[in-house]
Write a protein that binds this ligand. Structure first.
Ligand SMILES: [Zn+2]
Length: 92
């Protein structure tokens, strides 16, 4: 069986990397994962059951439809993690 992927994860990751470039904050793995998880919890998943090129191109075109929501949720998640980074807790 082909993998089922949540395309929202790919969009959120791309959006996060872009926004983090403009943001002066911690970019460690823990903080990135926290932003990723927070944003994804507030967005609807977008599952696709194939990764054939043709379908991928169509899905990439769908991004525009979700872009506003994704940017809003990723920005919110960045602000939360920036204020309350959890990376320190794990060292103790
Ligand atoms: Zn960090």
């Amino acid at each position: 069986m082909d993998k089922v992927i949540n395309y929202m994860e790919i969009w959120v990751k791309e959006c996060m990397e872009k926004l983090l470039l403009k943001n002066n904050m911690c970019k460690c793995d823990k903080c990135k994962k926290d932003i990723f998880a927070l944003a994804l919890n507030n967005l609807k998943p977008y599952y696709v059951s194939t990764n054939k090129g043709e379908v991928m191109a169509k899905i990439n075109g769908m991004y525009q439809q979700f872009e506003t929501d994704i940017v809003i949720e990723v920005s919110k998640a960045i602000e939360i993690v920036k204020k309350y980074p959890k990376h320190l807790e794990e060292r103790f």
